[in-house]
Ligand binder design. Structure first.
Ligand code: GLC
Ligand code: GLC
Length: 815
């Protein structure tokens, strides 16, 4: 069953009924001002940091769900009937409803009582404001007298404090209303230099700024008193809950359409120019007012929207593919790169599953997000790499997370996740392969942001590897620390205290718990750093990294091969985890993916054996589960993984992030059918038909789909902010289609499903454009047998770098 459809030409997902199984959201903003918006206009906005600069209030886990948002109410003044053109919050049954989620914008259109309304929401590039462009049309054959009410609930900036510190917050709220603009200025009198504003392009019939006045006592968003009576109260908030609502009256002739623009913005004044007159406590509006006036103009809005759309066209033109599979095309060309941009910007902070309070930017997460983003925006990737590396510790370890506003490591979570530093090597390598910009390696970068601690970025990478090598366990495998990629495999934690965080609790001393996953990751990182070192003329370094990689591979083969698959870890006591010796959790997916990706056993059959085991034990119709059998009871020696009910999350859910590793591994061993089969199973577009089972958005990946042992097998959760986005884009474009940026050129090494006759693609790479066409005349899942570059046959599969501005034709034939 479906709740809408894709409009590929407009790059939109069109939702045709408002009661989707879960709110289906989209993101507004691409730089500093961000928000989420659901298909019924729920959601909130923030400036840079969802915890510290929350602009509007949102109640997670509320009843009814997804209440609170960017609401418009319409009232037919003739009959007194009122409704929400976005369905929520009044839930009046609309005669027509359509929500179009596009790239960084959402448009919700509906009709009721012969009145059509269409609201476009977006954040213009380079501005710290969001626009709601409302168009109201009278489709009756008589005049219509319509009242429009807008509504936002302001957050008192710090979202955590806002949701808890009521003894203070009920008294601090302050607003100003001037020139038709509502300003939210809580704490502006003291240490804050920023305000939020809510403006409207039309003359106001009234306004409200106190939530209780607008709604009326004991009422919810579904029947605000002001809307019901058709008149605002002109309330001024003194404490309690500052709110913004404009009231505009429109007299519409039959067939007439009117446009009303609302702006919700964030503004910072220089500290010495905060007040007008100075010292008065009144906001100085001289700087913000021109911005407001400009964006209230319909022409500016239209232009701003065009610019936004063009920027997406340009971003997505870096890589375009045309394959025989519609779901793959749609995801690879539109939604998957879009999700990659969103995850790059938001990390794991703002979604319907991430409250914007708990988590900043993850060190490992951001480095992986980069893998799906760097080809589109190398400049922003460079800046992110330097920010990330600045939070690395002098030991080579890393803060697990950092706050985007301060760019400092987050002490609440701390460090000790032993995989973290290695991801930096992969992130930097991806940047270098994409750009060839070796200058980044010489950038001075501090440790833990400490003054005078800077070394060249290259040294950070060396210390990342060193960090692993300095921490090897009894089998010569890396010590796991608090956890590796799998945050929930907490082998040293031994927590038996209710509510204690598995990730931050004091670990038990003396443990030698080792991670096979980190071992595989280390090999990938060491090989990358060897190539980097070689290109810096450091042949000695390069060979020592290669030797270290080889030694690690030896330890894996010797101590981590279980007979039919790779083991996952050794626990605190030296017992194998993810082995046929175990009663539960016999086989894990992560080591099968990463060990094969690192090259182990590709030549001698070990790799295919491990991948066959994945198919036999872990593959389901809804994707590959993380482990089997699920843990049915709590294992104190394993930690959080066994705290989840069987089939959910890390405890044998389909943890989608790991699936592309298996796709890549299958491609590496030349099995294109298997690789693409796995790709299809979790491709959200390919799951659109089973929306009532999948339940999350059909246009983006979710972190998890409930596994086989879960009662709700097939149900997705935690959509949007997941490393699944970057890795799936990597898997389909770089390994199945085989178009890979490398240090010295563009690799064309597809491993296709046998039945594909071929595909074409366009890739912009280092200022040249590659027009790629791959044919598979024999109908095999083979490898490139013949490669023509600009009509000339070349040996191997690496297309050499073309001069800037060139367009290069690349033709490959599979054999
Ligand atoms: C979440 C985390 C990520 C972790 C994964 C597995 O996606 O953001 O850092 O690797 O879960 O636990
Ligand atoms: C990761 C995991 C999640 C775990 C969390 C702890 O996000 O996916 O299961 O609870 O880390 O921070």
């Amino acid at each position: 069953m479906r709740y809408g459809h894709f409009d590929d030409t407009r790059r939109e997902y069109v939702i045709t009924r408002p009661d989707t199984p879960l709110p289906w959201i989209n993101y507004l903003g691409t730089d500093a001002f961000f928000g989420i918006i659901s298909n019924t206009a729920g959601g909130y906005s923030c400036y840079r940091d969802a915890r510290l600069r929350r602009i509007t209030r949102y109640r997670y886990n509320s009843v009814p769900p997804d209440s609170g948002g960017r609401y418009v109410y319409l009232r037919d003044n003739g009959s007194g009937q009122y409704w929400s053109p976005s369905w929520q919050p009044t839930q009046r049954k609309l005669d027509h409803y359509e929500c179009r989620h596009g790239l960084s914008y959402t448009q919700i259109a509906s009709a009721y009582l012969g009145v059509r309304a269409e609201t476009l929401y977006f954040v213009p590039l380079d501005e710290t404001l969001e626009i709601w462009r409302l168009r109201v049309s009278n489709e009756r054959d008589t005049p219509a007298d319509i009242s429009v009410f807008s509504s936002v609930e302001f957050c008192l900036w710090d979202a955590q404090d806002d949701a808890t510190n009521f003894q203070r917050n009920y008294s601090t709220g302050e607003v100003e209303v001037a020139g038709g603009v509502i300003y939210h200025k809580t704490e502006y009198r003291e240490r804050r230099d920023h305000v939020a504003y809510f403006a409207c392009s039309e003359p106001l019939a009234g306004f409200d700024t106190q939530r209780a006045a607008f709604l009326g006592a004991y009422r919810g968003w579904d029947r605000p008193a002001a809307v019901e009576r058709g008149e605002s109260f002109n309330s001024i908030a003194h404490g309690w809950s500052p709110h913004g609502s404009h009231h505009v009256r429109l007299s519409l002739a039959p067939g007439e359409t009117r446009e009303v623009v609302f702006l919700l913005g964030y503004w910072e004044n220089p500290r010495d120019q905060k007040f007008d007159p100075p010292g008065s406590g009144v906001i100085n509006k001289a700087l913000v007012r021109p911005v407001i006036d400009r964006w209230l103009q319909p022409a500016t809005v239209a232009e701003g929207f065009d610019r936004l759309r063009e920027s997406w066209t340009s971003l997505l033109s870096t890589l375009r593919v045309d394959t025989p599979d519609g779901d793959a095309n749609r995801m690879a060309n539109i939604w998957n790169p879009y999700q990659c941009v969103v995850t790059f910007e938001m990390s794991r902070s703002v979604s319907l599953f991430e409250s914007g309070i708990g988590r900043g930017m993850g060190f490992r997460d951001s480095n992986q997000d980069l893998l799906g983003f760097v080809h589109m925006a190398p400049g922003r990737s460079r800046a992110r790499i330097l920010d990330l590396a600045s939070t690395q510790l002098a030991t080579g370890g890393a803060y697990h997370q950092f706050q985007p506003l301060t760019k400092r490591g987050n002490n609440d979570i701390g460090s000790g996740f032993n995989d973290d530093p290695l991801w930096l090597v992969l992130g930097v390598a991806a940047y270098l392969k994409e750009t060839g910009d070796a200058s980044i390696l010489d950038e001075p970068v501090p440790y833990d942001n400490a003054e005078d601690s800077a070394t060249a970025l290259y040294v950070h990478l060396e210390r990342s590897l060193r960090y692993t090598l300095d921490r090897l366990g009894p089998h010569g495998l890396p010590l796991i620390g608090r956890a590796d990629w799998n945050d929930c495999l907490n082998l040293n934690c031994f927590s038996d205290t209710p509510g204690e965080s598995f990730q931050t609790t004091v670990n038990k001393d003396g443990g030698g718990a080792e991670s096979v996953f980190i071992a595989g990751l280390f090999i990938l990182a060491a090989k990358d750093l060897a190539e980097i070192a070689e290109r810096r003329g450091l042949a000695g370094d390069a060979s020592s990294y290669r030797a270290a990689a080889e030694k690690m591979a030896g330890s894996i083969v010797e101590h981590a091969w279980d007979g039919a698959w790779f083991r996952r870890a050794y626990d605190y006591f030296g017992n194998a985890v993810g082995s046929s010796e175990n009663a539960e959790g016999q086989i894990f997916v992560e080591p099968q993916g990463i060990c094969v990706m690192s090259g182990i056993g590709v030549q001698n059959g070990m790799a295919t054996r491990a991948l066959d085991s994945v198919r036999e034990h872990l593959a389901t119709a809804h994707g590959i589960v993380l482990l089997r059998p699920a843990y049915t009871r709590y294992h104190v020696e394993l930690g959080e993984i066994s705290s989840y009910p069987p089939g959910y999350k890390e405890n044998a859910g389909v943890f989608c992030h790991t699936n592309p590793w298996v796709m890549i591994a299958e491609a590496m061993v030349g099995r294109g059918d298997a690789a693409f089969d796995y790709y299809k199973r979790i491709n959200p577009s390919a799951r659109e038909e089973i929306a009532e089972i999948h339940r999350c958005e059909p246009y983006v990946y979710a972190q998890m789909i409930a596994g086989k042992e879960a009662p709700t097998h097939g149900e997705a959760k935690n959509s949007w902010l997941t490393g699944t986005a970057a890795w799936n884009l990597v898997a389909i474009t770089q390994w199945i289609l085989g178009i890979r940026a490398e240090f010295d050129g563009l690799r064309i090494d597809p491993v296709l499903p046998a039945e594909w006759p071929g595909f074409t693609a366009t890739r912009r790479f280092r200022d040249a454009t590659y027009e790629i066409s791959v044919r598979n005349p024999a109908g095999v899942s083979g490898r490139v047998g013949h490669l023509l570059v600009g009509g000339e046959s070349i040996a191997g599969t690496l297309v050499p770098l073309a001069p800037p501005g060139a367009t290069v034709n690349v033709e490959a034939v599979i054999r």
